[in-house]
Design a protein around this ligand. Structure first.
Ligand SMILES: [Fe+2]
Length: 277
């Protein structure tokens, strides 16, 4: 089952766990990211060959490309906000991460956004609603802009080029859920739907890119099983299996994905790992 970006439901994935860790300001746990260099150091020449690099196989194939369209311009300004004095339109933020094939975040990735204004027009003489930025050390990006207007023949969309250092450019487009024209736009691709929510008259969107960039996979995300109390108090350092229960802050939680608990990963902080109830 694929992740449903409209409802935010779907299987909890390795990438979702990483995302939860990143969003919580935590370093991704060693059990997920690992220390492959150390692991190899400890592997003698007679040891079995390591397992092949797994694909980013949690339902997120690399983000699909889409046509550039007629309105891209090079040399956009370096800026994370496309808002200028007097900019009209519904405020929109787009935030997310860029991952490689092993579902590990990529830093220093160039993202170059361009879009129509609130009336559906592109600025082809200047650089309004055009800007580029780079992912930070945790692989995250954030764009501040407006909801693009509609123009004939297309549903609502953003354009973006995404490029990891030394790698090919991914040119694609991002879409908004619940747009009537999504049903008739030949270019529309549900794999490129952002998750969008209303935020006091503005819109907050989330989208994660997966680039076809090889990465060291790290060890298996499956932690070493250790006995757990079926319904004890949540405890940092303990390995939990999917289906385990723990109590925290007077509430009971169900473990959704096997992991080793860490400070900062208290059940209320990591919805990818724990569900109340
Ligand atoms: Fe366009």
């Amino acid at each position: 089952m694929d992740f449903d970006r409209e409802t935010g439901t779907g299987p909890v994935t390795r990438k979702a766990v990483l995302r939860a860790a990143l969003a919580a300001g935590m370093a991704a746990p060693a059990v997920l990211v690992g220390v492959p260099a150390l692991a190899r150091t400890l592997t003698g020449p007679d040891a079995p060959a390591p397992e092949p690099t797994p694909a980013c196989d949690d339902g997120d194939d690399p983000t699909p490309p889409q046509m550039e369209g007629p309105y891209f311009k090079p040399n956009s300004p370096l800026r994370t906000s496309l808002l200028e004095p007097g900019t009209a339109g519904i405020r929109l933020t787009v935030a997310g991460y860029v991952f490689g094939r092993a579902c590990r975040p990529l830093s220093g990735v160039l993202l170059d956004f361009w879009q129509a204004d609130t009336n559906g027009a592109y600025d082809n003489t200047g650089f309004r609603f055009r800007g580029h930025q780079f992912t930070d050390s945790r692989g995250s990006f954030a764009l501040t802009t407006i909801v693009p207007g509609l123009y004939p023949g297309r549903t609502r969309h953003l354009h973006v080029k995404v490029q990891a250092p030394g790698r090919p450019v991914l040119t694609t487009q991002l879409y908004f859920p619940n747009e009537p024209r999504n049903a008739t736009d030949q270019l529309f691709d549900p794999r490129l739907l952002m998750t969008v929510r209303d935020a006091g008259g503005a819109r907050e969107a989330v989208f994660d890119f997966v680039l076809d960039v090889p990465q060291d996979p790290g060890p298996s995300p499956t932690p070493t099983p250790t006995p757990t109390q079926p319904d004890g108090a949540w405890t940092a350092g303990r390995a939990y299996a999917a289906g385990d229960r723990a109590s925290y802050g007077g509430l009971r939680y169900l473990c959704l994905q096997a992991h080793t608990a860490q400070p900062g990963w208290e059940p209320p902080n990591v919805p990818a790992l724990w569900r109340a109830g």
